[in-house]
Design a protein around this ligand. Structure first.
Ligand code: SF4
Ligand code: SF4
Length: 420
């Protein structure tokens, strides 16, 4: 029998009481939590947030704006989940709690901005139109004028968005089929990602090229939509499920794997089965999802030398969401001449966290400061990160500080080592 209520929460999509009660309050997760490290506040730590969820689930507390504030300030990075010896599923608890809060209209985030973001970002077509306009803004000289006028200081959130934007590249859609070269291993689907296809088309191009050289036919469904990652992290579970079902239909063909090089997308897709247990086709897609590093790590690739020092930042949704730490490093280490320099706190969130850096720019900036100082300490001239959000955020930090550091996806470095 399904439970209709859990204290202050109502069905569907109740946070798991079992998951909440698994927390033994040991505090091992606290030093790994970015918001706790910055603020030192118990209620902005994983343990504090779980305490709030439990109090609401046991009807000892009615969720308020202050309750929602502690949940909104969470990055959803899941570093606490990796650290937790008791197996508390913090990511799923947070997503369900956010869903419950959103139904009550409780949020500390700027509503208009959030509405605008969700009206554009998960829609690849609208995203393309917006970025086309922003490309004009950059190339016409208007960007220089706006920046010089100081107008952006009047709207700090708009300024944060503007500063994040790299030079928007021209559109570069991939063909629908990139045939395997060399010994054929099978067929893959490639998810191109809403942000990645427009801002980092070279990452998708290099991913497809490497996969094809490794013997895979790469299928790129033209009409593919959004994986729903942003909706999931924001607790918009209805929209998330609709997008998951649509994506499963677009990748329904005879494919060995569905590959992505965007960590946030891969993490959300691997969790489809948890949120849609009754939808067999969605579960089947989830089981076939692979990060590109998983497929390429042992592939036969004709790699030449690339003399460079690189440090690697662990994207939260690759390290904590997908538990992939060794594969991307091992892939980079295969490139002859490439020197991998360890990065202190490599798993500390850079502050990007989906749209977090747009809606919580102050905390995001403080985390970015910590990340950049650790990158500088490595002395490396190149930073690799496997998620478009991290690439945008770290590149923005480097630009703002006038640093000559290149920020790239690991597949870009591997592709540079291929013969011309
Ligand atoms: S998800 Fe990240 S920010 Fe949120 S409580 Fe866990 S470690 Fe802290
Ligand atoms: S490490 Fe796990 S059990 Fe310990 S306080 Fe954090 S969430 Fe609770």
């Amino acid at each position: 029998m399904s439970v209709a209520r859990l204290g202050a929460f109502t069905a569907p999509d109740l946070p798991s009481l079992e998951g909440i009660r698994a927390c033994v309050h040991c505090g091992i997760c606290l030093p790994q939590c970015p918001t706790y490290r910055v603020l030192g506040e118990e209620m902005d730590s994983p343990r504090g947030r779980i305490y709030l969820m439990r109090a609401a689930a046991e009807e000892r507390l009615e969720p308020t704006e202050a309750f929602a504030r502690h949940m909104d300030l969470c990055l959803g990075c899941r570093a606490c989940e990796s650290a937790c010896p008791a197996g508390v599923p913090f990511g799923a608890l947070l997503e369900a709690t956010r869903f419950q809060l959103a139904r009550r209209g409780l949020s500390s985030e700027p509503r208009l901005l959030t509405r605008l973001i969700f009206a554009v970002f998960p829609h690849p077509g609208r995203m393309g139109l917006l970025l086309g306009a922003l490309r004009l803004y950059q190339r016409s000289g208007l960007q220089r004028l706006v920046r010089a006028s100081g107008l952006l200081r009047l709207a700090p959130r708009l300024a944060a968005m503007e500063a994040l934007l790299p030079l928007v590249p021209p559109r570069e859609p991939l063909p629908e089929l990139i045939p395997a070269r060399g010994g054929r291993r099978g067929r893959l689907g490639l998810l191109t990602g809403c942000v990645q296809r427009h801002l980092y088309p070279q990452v998708n191009r290099d991913t497809a090229r490497l996969l094809s050289l490794a013997g895979w036919d790469v299928i790129v469904p033209r009409e593919q939509g959004c994986c729903g990652a942003l909706d999931l992290h924001g607790g918009r579970l209805g929209a998330f499920r609709r997008r998951a079902r649509a994506l499963a239909a677009q990748f329904a063909g005879d494919l060995d794997y569905v590959v992505t090089s965007a960590a946030g997308c891969g993490s959300a897709m691997k969790e489809y089965g948890h949120w849609l247990p009754e939808a067999a086709e969605v579960g089947a897609l989830a089981r076939r999802v692979r990060d590109v590093s998983q497929v390429l790590v042992d592939a036969d690739l004709p790699l030449g030398r690339l003399e460079t020092s690189v440090t690697y930042h662990d994207a939260c949704h690759l390290a904590h969401g997908q538990k992939l730490r060794n594969e991307p490093r091992a892939l980079l280490a295969r490139v002859p001449g490439l020197r991998l320099v360890p990065l202190a706190d490599s798993e500390l969130c850079c502050g990007s966290a989906g749209v977090y850096n747009l809606v919580e720019p102050e905390m995001a900036e403080r985390l970015l400061d910590m990340k950049i100082s650790r990158i500088l300490a490595t002395g490396a001239r190149v930073v690799a990160a496997a998620n478009p959000g991290c690439l945008l955020q770290i590149a923005k930090g480097c630009r703002a500080r006038g640093l000559d550091i290149e920020v790239v996806h690991p597949v870009e470095l591997v592709a540079r080592a291929l013969p011309a």
